[in-house]
Design a protein around this ligand. Structure first.
Ligand SMILES: [Fe+2]
Length: 417
């Protein structure tokens, strides 16, 4: 299923296959065939064409690999990945209501404050208030079961500047989302959420000059930093008798890697606990998609590509497939270019066809912002072909589009109707 990618004519290279150009009604005989001389490029330029759509297999090997995985996922009906996904976890949902959005925001703010004070206590040398942490995580789990569609988007809320605390909370939210889709029980979700929340508790005991050092750590500093999983294990173990062993183990193992190159134990695949594997993927995904002091955040699609590139080495292979499956290649909030030349923000992932989410179209074909309109990419034309398709993911900053504001604004309007 090759996708089309829009590129300027100047970037065309021999071997690429042009499917169409940005001018409607214009046809060239070399459409659909790999370019084997420069004449076609000249012809396009002379015809005043600025952009062409090329078949993605030539230009984006990485994404092609993801396509392959997706096809594999949808074909392997008996695979572990499919077995893990219970049909009941793909409900057809209505758009979130204003009430749900404000509840999610309030919950995120409250949980953020609690996370901050909890981790600050650890920095001051105190123990973790594990009962408070468990109550907070239970609230998150309850909300995730009641409003699953908005819960998984909560990590996009940026109410705090302090990365460490928001990151801990977001890893908890993501771990609960993954666990829920894996069919874990509410009690298991409580433990998974707690493991996510406290996974970096040990960092609170690392000197701030190392923790917040601008630039790369030297070998000695890195060795010190690598102690944080064990420190976290000890801190949480001493904090409360009622913290279960699987929570403690996932704190200890969240930097272990499938190929045995992680730390502190250098454990391999099956030696790593399933909770730790989930926390590890949630940790990396949130880190990549967040602004950190010396790293600008990447888009959700880029983060998925990076995670995919670590499949089988850094991360558990099956879990990566599953994670891509549940997040969608174009997670909620991704700005995308449609083959109609319009820009659209991914609004909802529903059903199993993760390449065809519901989107909010925000510009016309000329790139002019319009009143947002919802469009379901599962709609087909009379020939049974998709009416519109996603061509690629874009960086919202480059297009000056605030995707969070659009989703909130649209949900507000939608629920008011
Ligand atoms: Fe960590």
């Amino acid at each position: 299923m090759p996708e089309l990618v829009k590129i300027p004519v100047e970037e065309l290279q021999l071997g690429m296959t042009v499917a169409r150009c940005d001018r409607q009604g214009v046809y060239f005989p070399f459409y659909g065939k790999p370019l084997n001389d420069g004449q076609a490029i000249d012809t396009l330029r002379k015809a005043g064409v600025s952009y062409v759509y090329i078949k993605a297999s030539v230009s984006r090997a990485g994404e092609e690999e993801i396509d392959e995985v997706l096809e594999e996922i949808s074909d392997e009906h008996s695979s572990a990945v499919q077995d893990a996904v219970k049909p009941g976890y793909f409900p057809v949902e209505e758009a979130p209501t204003l009430k749900e959005i404000s509840r999610a925001k309030q919950l995120h703010i409250d949980a953020g404050k609690k996370t901050k004070s909890m981790l600050e206590d650890v920095r001051m040398g105190k123990t973790v208030d594990t009962s408070a942490a468990m109550d907070m995580v239970s609230d998150l789990v309850m909300f995730s079961l009641k409003s699953p569609h908005i819960f998984s988007c909560m990590t996009r809320l940026k109410d705090f500047d302090d990365y460490t605390y928001v990151h801990s909370l977001n890893v908890s939210i993501l771990a609960i989302s993954i666990g829920r889709r894996l069919g874990k029980s509410p009690e298991e979700l409580d433990r998974l959420g707690l493991a996510g929340l406290l996974h970096d508790a040990g960092k609170m005991r690392i000197p701030e000059k190392i923790l917040n050092k601008p630039g790369k750590l030297d070998a000695r500093e890195f060795e010190y930093m690598k102690k944080h999983p064990e420190l976290g294990y000890d801190i949480v173990k001493k904090s409360g008798r009622n913290v279960s062993e699987d929570v403690l183990v996932s704190i200890l193992q969240h930097h272990e890697k499938a190929d045995g190159t992680g730390y502190p134990g250098g454990l391999y695949g099956r030696q790593i606990s399933s909770f730790a594997k989930i926390v590890s993927i949630a940790d990396v995904y949130d880190a990549i998609t967040s602004d950190r002091v010396y790293n600008q955040r990447r888009s959700p699609s880029e983060a998925l590509k990076l995670i995919f590139s670590g499949s089988g080495t850094h991360f558990d292979k099956t879990l990566v497939k599953f994670f891509i499956n549940i997040m969608g290649i174009y997670p909620v909030g991704t700005l995308t270019l449609l083959d109609s030349d319009e820009l659209a923000v991914v609004f909802k992932q529903e059903g199993e066809d993760i390449m065809r989410p519901k989107v909010i179209v925000v510009t016309d074909k000329e790139g002019k912002q319009i009143d947002p309109v919802i469009f379901d990419l599962k709609e087909n034309d009379i020939k049974g072909k998709p009416r519109k398709k996603i061509v690629s993911a874009l960086n919202p900053r480059e297009h000056n589009i605030d995707t969070n504001r659009i989703i909130d604004g649209f949900a507000a309007r939608y629920s008011a109707v």
